[in-house]
Unconditional design. Sequence first.
Length: 270
Amino acid sequence: METSSARPQPVSQTSRQDTVNRRVYFSPGVYRYYLSQQLTAPEIACLSKYRRHIADHDVLDIGVGAGRTARHLAPLARRYEAVDYSPVMVRYVKKVMPAISIRQADFRDLGTFEDRSFDFLFATDNVIDALCHQDRLQALSEAARVLVPGGLLAFSSHNIRYKNAFSPPRLTWSSNPLRLAVNAAKFVVGQWNHFHVGPLRQITPEYALVNDPGHHYACLHYYTSRSVVEAQLDWCGLRLIDAFDNRGEIVKDGDDGRESAHLLYVAERR
């Protein structure tokens, strides 16, 4: 099994990744990328299987974005709290969903919440992958801290075993002239971003920082394997109990999920 350590990462790399990602996630119109109201297949599968940990329980939604998951979780929970590190997202949700309890907070520091104060944490859309290696471990430790014993953390993360994980921008062909023009414009933006952000890519034996199709190659996201995620969770006091692929099916032990760009993990607080 691959292993993961908590060794410090050079400050320069941490700063570069944070700077690159904040430029995107703090931009004025970023919420427009997250206006969908639909759950994904793995989210549906996860919430269906673990509904008893949500219904009439205390739930924290991390990286709530424009409120997509809040629409599904808040009506079920006894207590529902939402956080996002982007002030743009927080302002938008406060405007369109005033009944939702939301505040600006960072996954790396959930100090606004007491120890053992939630039964279920939900952090999908790969929000943890905006963080560098040591900050990721800090975020998982914070998740363990605010969960009650036996509580669950469900989060998604990019899969380094995905067959197209390191692919550069590509032009998608369409016989529709208008669609082709849109695809061409996206390709040009992606190429521009890839030229500027691509050189910051980093590959280690445990993980990689990759600029990917999300936000047209403008962000640096953390990619790793299921075995490394399991080791990271264990180090932080959490136990991996499930992984779902992009179809919402459970990934069996030994399966690297190469058809899925990301996996949704469920871990239990010991």
